[in-house]
Design a protein around this ligand. Structure first.
Ligand code: SAT
Ligand code: MN
Length: 580
């Protein structure tokens, strides 16, 4: 296979002459191709087979031990002007970045196969979708891209028709952290990633294209590319409304997207549209419409249990790639939170020994087709997307942020999103549990200056006759002993229900300076075992603590200098005044 598209052909030729692969394979995305790749990977140890009786077509990949998460300090936005990347990104001049990584790519595919992976982000026939081609020397990346994107012949046809695609060049290189870079060139619509085989660093359709490059395209074209799940909530009358929710990595987006209702809300039904990325477009009716650019889930494994999320638990029992989990003596995958059985080997393949830490790496992942989720929304493939009633921002904060509060309008919502702070997680290399600003959960993913991004959010909102209502949630409040105050998981539906009520103009609320909170009886708490004092703590605002928080938000916003949109500054001044 090859292509009639001259630009693509030329690029593949150029890359091949620079990287010197032994052979070139154009991926068609077929099942036969995938079978052949899997057998090769089983033969060379890239994949290990798991018990095929109980886990049909499930395989285990163990990554290099120094390559288990995204690497934000090695991720760069390469624009001519440093200010266009902003203080929120690492910046390098495009010439310098090309020179640096081209040196590392020289001859890096000797003895390897160069795979050409055409893919489409979004439903293949949606005007909102965008295509890309990833060149990679990793068959593991190919197998993951086949699950996570619409990969192969249909995407190539669309690329040939449109003559436009994002160029993503990837090599695992030497898997040496000293020679690892994830470079983005928004002005060239291109990505160069070398030295890592891990998810967000290597599956270039995901964070590199669908967020960092796409956020730039979205800014130019008048839409939003966001780190958000999309979920449909069907109420007992049969009406389904959709919510888009932004949370940092490893803060429960996958669980929320496939929430299982608690018994007392059993007549509700949840439909998953997406669990990680949303592309949001203003529609002709003045509403905001969302598509999920992905077609699979790359989810955190630990904590996925029959009790916490039976939906996700069932979904990963066949046709799943596990990365960095443990293994039982019966050759089943094992992770913390899988209540049955016990680990024999840890994620590195060593005999399990609790003194070495958990059996599954805290950022171990499953890769699975979205179609395996029993509650996958039939509208997930709709080229028009789904209309969004509410946008929810959230972080992981043991203190301060109430369970839920509502912004009074879009402008306030943008400030709420810009002020999000969250404790860091194992999804990125570095310290875990440190509170940092993570506006709209996009700190690692916004491909341009946050100040310009907030201005763009304000512009998009101004165009919407019927904008979504905006909220902030925090499922992660704890008491002094570290105990979670809120049960989370399925019980989060109680909060989402109030959010939907508010979108209809019902749902009781108390006004505070930071936003509107549910009154003590506005949340349905039937069948829930949470004490009154915990609920009081979850639904209260501590003015002194919030004055400190706002001071810190103010300092953060000031770090964007003159580029900060004046409306955001005005909104900040309004809330500060109300709180004092
Ligand atoms: O590694 S990924 O970026 O794909 C997952 C995540 O960190 O959100
Ligand atoms: Mn994510």
């Amino acid at each position: 296979m090859t292509t009639g598209n001259q630009a693509l052909k030329q690029w593949v030729d150029d890359v091949a002459s620079h990287t010197r692969p032994e052979r070139i394979h154009w991926c068609d995305g077929s099942a036969a191709e995938n079978r052949a790749l899997v057998s090769e990977m089983l033969a060379d140890g890239t994949l290990h087979t798991l018990d095929q009786k109980r886990w049909p077509n499930c395989y285990l990949h163990r990554s290099a031990t120094n390559d288990v998460a995204r690497v934000e300090h090695l991720t760069f936005i390469c624009t001519e002007n440093e200010n266009d990347a902003g203080p929120n990104n690492n910046w390098m001049a495009p010439d310098e970045a090309h020179r640096l990584v081209d040196g590392l790519f020289a001859g890096c595919m000797k003895g390897r196969t160069l795979y050409v992976v055409p893919y489409c982000m979004g439903p293949i026939d949606s005007a909102y979708s965008r295509c890309g081609v990833e060149i990679t020397d990793s068959p593991y990346v190919v197998a993951n891209m086949r699950i996570m994107t619409r990969m192969g012949s249909a995407a190539l046809k669309r690329i040939e028709r449109e003559n436009s695609f994002v160029k993503g060049l990837h090599s695992t290189g030497e898997l040496d952290p000293e020679k690892r870079y994830i470079m983005h060139f928004p002005q060239e619509l291109s990505i160069k990633s070398i030295g890592s085989g891990y998810g967000g660093n290597a599956l270039l359709g995901k964070k590199c294209h669908a967020l960092r490059i796409a956020s730039n395209q979205a800014r130019q074209e008048g839409w939003l590319a966001e780190h958000m799940l999309i979920v449909g909530l069907q109420d007992p009358t049969g009406r389904t409304r959709y919510i888009a929710a932004a949370f940092p990595s490893a803060c429960g987006k996958t669980n929320l997207a496939m929430l299982v209702p608690p018994k007392s809300l059993a007549e509700w039904k949840i439909w998953t549209v997406g669990d990680d990325i949303a592309w949001l477009h203003p529609g002709d009716d003045g509403r905001l419409y969302a598509i999920n650019p992905e077609s699979g889930f790359f989810g955190v494994v630990p904590g996925t249990g029959r009790d916490t999320n039976c939906n996700a638990f069932d979904m990963i029992h066949h046709d799943t790639i596990f990365t960095n989990v443990g293994v039982t003596a019966d050759n089943e995958p094992w992770w913390e939170g899988r209540d049955e059985s016990a680990p024999a080997l840890d994620w590195q393949g060593r005999p399990f020994d609790a003194s070495n830490g958990p059996a599954a790496h805290p950022n171990s992942r499953f890769t699975v087709s979205a179609r395996q989720n029993a509650d996958y929304s039939p509208l997930a493939d709709d080229p028009r997307g789904v209309p969004i009633s509410a946008i929810v921002f959230g972080g992981r904060r043991r203190e301060l942020a109430p369970l839920v509060y509502q912004a009074r309008d879009w402008k306030h919502g943008v400030l709420m999103g810009a002020s999000v702070a969250s404790e860091t997680t194992a999804a990125a290399a570095g310290h875990v549990g440190v509170v940092r600003r993570d506006p709209m959960a996009m700190k690692p993913f916004c491909g341009y200056n946050f100040a310009d991004y907030w201005a763009h959010w304000l512009q998009v909102g101004a165009k919407l006759k019927n904008p979504p209502h905006m909220f902030h949630v925090n499922w992660f409040r704890r008491d002094g002993d570290g105990r979670f105050l809120w049960p989370g998981f399925g019980d989060n539906l109680r909060v989402l229900r109030w959010i939907l009520d508010r979108c209809e103009g019902t749902g009781e609320a108390t006004h505070t300076a930071i936003g509107d909170l549910p009154t003590s009886d506005a949340l349905n708490l039937s069948g829930l075992d949470v004490s009154q004092s915990d609920m009081d703590a979850l639904l209260s605002v501590n003015p002194a603590a919030w004055r400190d928080e706002l001071r810190s938000v103010g300092e953060y916003l000031d770090s964007y200098g003159d580029r900060l949109p004046p409306e955001l500054r005005a909104e900040y001044a309004r809330i500060t005044a109300e709180l004092s």
